[in-house]
Design a binder for this molecule. Sequence first.
Ligand SMILES: [Zn+2]
Length: 416
Amino acid sequence: MRKWFPLFCLLFPLATSAQKDKELAITHVTVIDCTGAAPSPNSTVIIGNGHISGVGPSDRVTIPAGVRVIDGSGKFLIPGLWDMHGHLTDATEDAFPLLILNGVTGVRDMGGDLAQIDRWRSEIDRGLRVGPHIIRAGPFVDGPKGGVSNRLTVRTPEEARQAVHNLKAKGVDFIKVHNALPPEAFFALMEEARKEHLPVAVHLPKGVSSAEASDAGVASLEHIETINESALWRKGATAKTVEQAVDENLGPAGQELFQRFAKNGTWYVPTLVAYERGFVLWSNDPESLKPRLDVHEKQIELVRKMHKAGVPIMTGSDFSDWALVPGVDLHNELALLVEAGFSPMEALQAATLNPAKFLGKTDTFGTIQVRRVADLILLNANPLEDISHTRKINAVVLGGNFYPLAAIRAQSLTSR
Ligand SMILES: [Zn+2]
C-alpha cells in the first residue's frame, strides 16, 4: 500500500488549499440524494462552511457571489459512503488517502488502538490530515485469546461489567464484542451497556445464538457467516456441518430469525466481501474452494432473504482483515448487495442513509439535503444504472473541501 504514498503527499497540500474553496457550487448535476427520492437532473448544490446550504433546480437556485463553481453537467452526485466495519489500526494511516480517493467519508472502527485512532481523529478535525469521520469502539471486548492485541480480556460477568465502565470512562462511541467472550460475560455486558446507553456491535461469541444476541439488544451483528455458526452451536442444534447450517437458515428457521432481527431492530453488517476475499478468492486449493464458493453463494441468498424480511442492513468491508483494501472493497460490497437483490438505490442507502440512521445522525450525514455535512461524490456515470459506476469518481467533497480526483490521479501518474 506504500505505493499510494505520493498520492497522500498530494492530498496533504490540498487539505490546506482547499479551505479557501469552502464556498462551492456544483451546478447542472444529477442529484441522487439517497433519501429514496428519484434523481433530480440539472440541479445545483451550494456548499458553505462545510455543510450543504442549498439544493434545487439549477434555474432556481441563486449562486452566492464569489463562490467557486464546478460544472456538474453530465455527472451524478451522491452522498459520501460509510464503511461500517473497518479496522484503522490494522490498516495504518495508509488507509486514509485510499478511503477518501474511493469516496469513503465515514468509518465505523470495529476495534483497535483507541489512543492512536483518537490522535488521527483529532488531526483530521484540525485539518492536519485528510481522512474520514470516525466512530470508534476502542479495544475489543473478548475472552482469553492468544496472539491478538487491543483487547480488554474478560472472563466473568463481573469483569464484563467493569469493562463497560472502563470503556464508558474512555469515551468510546460503542462497544465491540468479539467471539471468545464467554456467554455469561456477554449477557452481563449487554445488561450493563444498556444501563450506560452504550450500543454494542457483536462478532457473535461462541455459545451465544444470533437470536439470543438480538433479544439481548445488540445494536448490530457482524458478518453473515456468524448466523451459520450460530445454527451449529445454538441450544437444540441439529445442523452438524456449515452446509447444513446454511440450509437451515435458508429455510423457515432462518425466516423466523430474520423476523426476530427486524422486530428487535437488530442491524446486520454482512461483510460479504470479507468472506469472498478471505475464503473464496484467496483460496488456491480447488478441493476446498468448491464448498466455500457454494457457501458464499448461499450466504448472498441469506442476505437477500434478510433484506426481504425487513432487516436493516449496512455496508462494511472489514478492511484490513484478509488483505481487504480500504475504500476499494466497499465498492465490492455494494456490488455484492446488488447481487443479493438490493436495487442500486437500496445498496447506496446501505452505505449512506442507513449508517446515518444507525448512528442517530440523519440530521448530519447520509443524504444530500440542506444542513447535512458536505460529504459528496461526483460520479462520471449513473450508479442507479449500474452500481459499478460508484467507482467512476470524478471528485470527492469532504466536509466542504473539494478534491478533484481525476486531476489528482493524472498529476500523480505524470509526477512519477
Ligand atoms: Zn472486523
